[in-house]
Write a protein that binds this ligand. Structure first.
Ligand code: SF4
Length: 253
């Protein structure tokens, strides 16, 4: 198998979207392997290293009846695994997630048309740091959920200008922005991010997502802190909602 005909996959399964603008929608999740950053609260540690390894494919939507395979997988096998779940239960879209899916943008250029051929709309869930990768796959993407990373929460020092270029590249699609907030969120840093979104794409919805304690992160922001951060953001941009990770509240993957 050549790298042009395969993709590094961690898992494929059917579940309920728990974040952002598509919360509550049924999706086929296609989780690709590898991420270019390491957020302090990341809940996908098994998907971070971009390397071959075991991956799991759900056989029946929502049953977690996994079939284990060795990744990388052929593009046609991945499209078939997605298609099988989609045909068994109506789905809203395929959530192409990770890790950071745009780390494998060249392979997505070959994979996404296979999903389009089968009539599956694509939602790209991305950390918003690879604008060139986004530009290369944009024509096959219907919805985009992009993160803006705050150093005070993620400790990854992602340059706001990188997020700006990503937003400029993706603003022509249905795009929303997600910002994880935590007890250590620096209000001025959030203000700068919100002001940037308002300047570049004023119609964009911003979702503030209170961090779910995991790994190094042991506490969520207080209720009063969440209210205050939303108030600050609303003074800069009229479309700011607060949505926690609802899939975790209902015990979903
Ligand atoms: S961008 Fe996402 S997958 Fe990558 S480390 Fe951060 S939370 Fe984890």
């Amino acid at each position: 198998m050549t790298s042009d005909t395969t993709v590094l996959v961690t898992e494929v399964f059917s579940a309920i979207q728990g974040e952002g603008a598509l919360v509550g929608e049924r999706q086929v999740f296609l989780r690709l392997t590898g991420c270019n950053i390491r957020c302090a609260y990341c809940d996908q540690p098994e998907a971070l290293e971009k390397r071959p390894g075991p991956c799991r494919l759900e056989q029946t939507p929502g049953r977690r009846d996994w079939r284990w395979r060795e990744s990388p997988l052929r593009l046609t096998e991945v499209a078939g695994a997605v298609d099988r779940l989609w045909r068994a239960v109506p789905h809203h879209s395929v959530s192409v997630t990770g890790g950071e899916p745009l780390l494998q943008a060249r392979r997505l250029v070959a994979l996404l048309p296979l999903l389009a051929e089968r009539g599956h709309s694509v939602y790209l869930e991305t950390n918003g740091t690879l604008p060139a990768g986004l530009a290369s796959v944009l024509e096959w993407v219907d919805h985009i959920g992009m993160d803006i990373k705050l150093d005070s929460v993620d400790h990854e020092e992602v340059d706001l200008d990188t997020h700006r270029r990503f937003l400029q590249a993706g603003a022509a699609r249905h795009l929303f922005v997600k910002v994880v907030i935590g007890p250590a969120t620096v209000p001025d840093e959030l203000d700068r991010a919100v002001a940037m979104v308002h300047e570049v794409a004023p119609e964009t919805e911003i979702f503030l997502q209170p961090v779910t304690p995991f790994a190094e992160v042991t506490a969520a922001p207080s209720p009063s802190q969440v209210l205050e951060l939303q108030e600050r953001a609303l003074r800069l941009h009229p479309r700011v909602r607060v949505v926690p990770q609802t899939h975790k509240l209902i015990g979903q993957l």
